[in-house]
Design a protein around this ligand. Structure first.
Ligand code: 5AD
Ligand code: FES
Length: 331
């Protein structure tokens, strides 16, 4: 386990050989603790409507240049059924912060999905304890909500009308309710320091997260950060690798954002600590509308194409597709 100053030192090191050693160590820790299985989670982006104004995000409500959509219950269920036919054992439902999907609407959807014998992850943003409880009672298993950054000043700048305290409250509520807790951060936000990235990793540890997703920041042309620089691939990969070393048995996705800035990004991530991939199972017609950041991969592909593509890539590096629901197995 690394102290904060050790994490800062490693994160600040630009020596290629030293970094390679960290990636190799993370790969070894991954193999010893979670094995060679890669768990696939079918991701459904069911609404791009969002009440928030996060400075980095293309779905932010002030962005009038995107075509907004909402999928109804039947469409969502059909996508889930198809995902199950393709072999997915986990469905991830993700959306902007869209109040249309009240606890009542969502519990109906959750109950239908749970009839399909799959694990269900929700990623819907900040909600009340009561709503989180209703989703859990309806059968949801896991909840993803990234802390994004633990630097409180930066958090404030990036998230108008939101609060760091409420974000943490959400994570604690989710934990209290018995969900598997997923969090994570962006790497390369303008003004972000390596010290705060070290704090992010220590935060994941302190929270005792079950899943941690890390990706580089990618500037979106329709946001206030359009002129900012793209996050560094190796730095994002290093934050991910250090997270694996610090939380050896958790689930860590090779994120889509990694592949967006590096053509082999997900495979490199899988060889540097990651053990999960979340292929998109949203229909092709909606994909370009869910533009959190530009040049997202697989925009013109369909669910079957993505499944086959990623399976092939995973096998080509000698790894196997997970056969169970891929819950966090604590050591
Ligand atoms: N670049 C990279 N990742 C982003 N996210 C949002 N906007 C961007 C961006 N411009 C990430 C956030 C969020 C997740 C769904 O997408 O971390 O939690
Ligand atoms: Fe979508 Fe490769 S994962 S085409």
């Amino acid at each position: 386990m690394y102290s904060k100053s050790e994490l800062v030192k490693i994160l600040s090191d630009n020596d290629k050989e030293n970094n390679k050693k960290i990636f190799e160590l993370a790969d070894k820790v991954r193999r010893e603790n979670v094995g060679d299985e890669v768990h696939l989670r079918g991701l459904i982006e069911f609404s791009n409507i969002c009440r928030c104004s996060c400075k980095y995000c293309g779905l932010r409500s002030p962005n009038t240049s995107i075509d907004r959509y909402r999928l109804d219950k039947n469409t969502i269920i059909e996508l889930c059924e198809h995902a199950v036919e393709m072999g997915y054992k986990t469905i991830v439902l993700q959306s902007g912060e869209d109040a249309y999907y009240s606890a009542d609407v969502l519990t109906e959807i959750i109950k239908e999905i749970k009839k399909l014998d799959v694990a269900l992850t929700l990623s819907l943003g900040e909600r009340s304890f009561e709503e989180y409880k209703a989703f859990k009672d309806a059968g949801a298993d896991r909840y993803l909500i990234r802390i994004e950054t633990t630097d409180k000043e930066l958090y404030k700048k990036m998230h108008p009308n939101m609060s760091f305290e409420n974000r943490v409250r959400c994570l604690l509520d989710i934990k209290k309710l018995g969900y598997e807790v997923g969090t994570g951060c962006l790497v390369g936000l303008p003004g972000q320091t390596v010290e705060s990235l070290a704090d992010d990793i220590l935060f994941f540890k302190e929270l005792d997260a079950d899943m941690v997703g890390i990706g580089p920041f990618i500037p979106h042309p329709a946001t206030p950060l359009k002129e900012a620089e793209t996050g560094d691939f190796d730095l994002a990969l290093k934050v991910m690798a250090l997270t694996r070393i610090m939380l050896p048995d958790i689930n860590i996705p090779a994120t889509t954002a990694m592949e967006t800035i590096n053509p082999n990004g997900r495979i490199i991530a899988l060889q540097s600590g990651a053990n999960v991939v979340m292929p998109n199972v949203t229909s092709t017609q909606y994909r370009p509308k869910y533009e959190i950041y530009p040049n997202k991969i697989c925009l013109n592909d369909n669910p079957d194409k993505c499944r086959g593509c990623i399976e092939g890539k995973i096998r080509s590096i000698g790894r196997v597709i997970g056969t169970d629901k891929g819950f966090h197995k604590r050591k």
